[in-house]
Ligand binder design. Structure first.
Ligand code: HEC
Ligand code: HEC
Length: 234
């Protein structure tokens, strides 16, 4: 780990006055459990950040604090505690970070660090930088026991949005899944099925609702082996 990032991680909550507010519990916005929920509502700092051009150099500096958990190359951890971020669409990154900052996606571990981004410009900058990083191929894979079933499920219910290579869709805010860790994806789709990921896409929720735990594991295992040549590390 980058030494400066590690020091920042240790010192920040005490050393930076602006982070005093980060000691307060994260906010809680109405999410998918709320009747009036609109997925990806075009409101708040997200639309400001989306309209700005991200500065990759500033983004690299802002990313230093993030690298303590997500690692300097964006790879996260194969055990799924920290997701892989490299090569993700900047639109998706901006949406997810805005949701975390607004308390629409619960992430108490990361919340104080998400708040270190000072304004929509810095959100755009760090997202532009992360998008330039190559997707590592040594991500955490599943056990490899039900890959045929995983492929059948993926082709039937997921490929229409997440794509043949797991490339998602930048315009539609569908995330890149290529290179993502098995354990992380399994946790996310379980949370999405069970209503715990409160910023989820309702169309996807309908799709995964009838899935058993075994089916979720099979499809996550299959997805953990997807590669998107255009953004994959050589
Ligand atoms: C203390 C560790 C930690 C730090 C520091 C951290 N994160 Fe995270 N981040 C996490 C965890 C844990 C998750 C996944 C939580 C979950 O399971 O939903 C996450 C999730 C994310 C996601 C959502 C990924 C996805 O695929 O939906 C993005 C984007 C992200 N982080 C960006 C950042 C950025 C940018 C920074 C720096 C400003 C940062 N993180 C700092 C721990 C951290
Ligand atoms: C209608 C389009 C659509 C379909 C169909 C769909 N998804 Fe998704 N998926 C999304 C969107 C949009 C998100 C991000 C939601 C948000 O805004 O937080 C997502 C998020 C995810 C995530 C979390 C990614 C991350 O980085 O946190 C995983 C894993 C996933 N989908 C897997 C699947 C699987 C498996 C299927 C099929 C069983 C599927 N999806 C079907 C649109 C879709």
């Amino acid at each position: 780990m980058n030494v400066r990032a590690m020091l920042l991680l240790l010192l920040l909550p005490w050393a930076v006055p602006g982070l005093a507010s980060a000691q307060a519990p994260p906010p809680k916005a109405a999410g998918i459990e709320d009747e009036g929920y609109v997925w990806n509502e075009q409101a708040g700092e997200k639309i400001e950040a989306l309209a700005l051009e991200g500065d990759v150099e500033n983004g690299e500096e802002a990313y230093e604090i993030c690298s303590a958990c997500h690692l300097p190359n964006g790879a996260g951890r194969p055990d799924g505690t920290f997701p892989q971020l490299a090569g993700q669409h900047s639109t998706v990154l901006i949406k997810q970070m805005s949701d975390i900052r607004a308390g629409l996606r619960d992430n108490p571990i990361m919340y104080p660090f998400a708040k270190t981004l000072i304004d929509p410009q810095e959100l755009a900058d760090v997202s532009a930088y992360i998008e330039t990083l190559a997707i590592p191929s040594d991500n955490g894979k599943g056990p490899g026991t039900d890959l045929d079933e995983g492929k059948t499920l993926y082709d039937a219910n997921c490929v229409s949005c997440h794509g043949d290579y797991g490339e998602g869709d930048a315009q539609k805010y569908y995330p890149v899944l290529a290179g993502q860790h098995y354990e992380y994806m399994l946790r996310q789709i379980t949370d999405i099925r069970d209503g715990r990921r409160r910023n989820a896409n309702p169309e996807m929720v309908e799709v995964v609702k009838p899935y058993s735990d075994e089916e979720l594991a099979a499809v996550a295992d299959y997805m953990s082996r997807l590669a998107w040549p255009a953004r994959q590390a050589k």
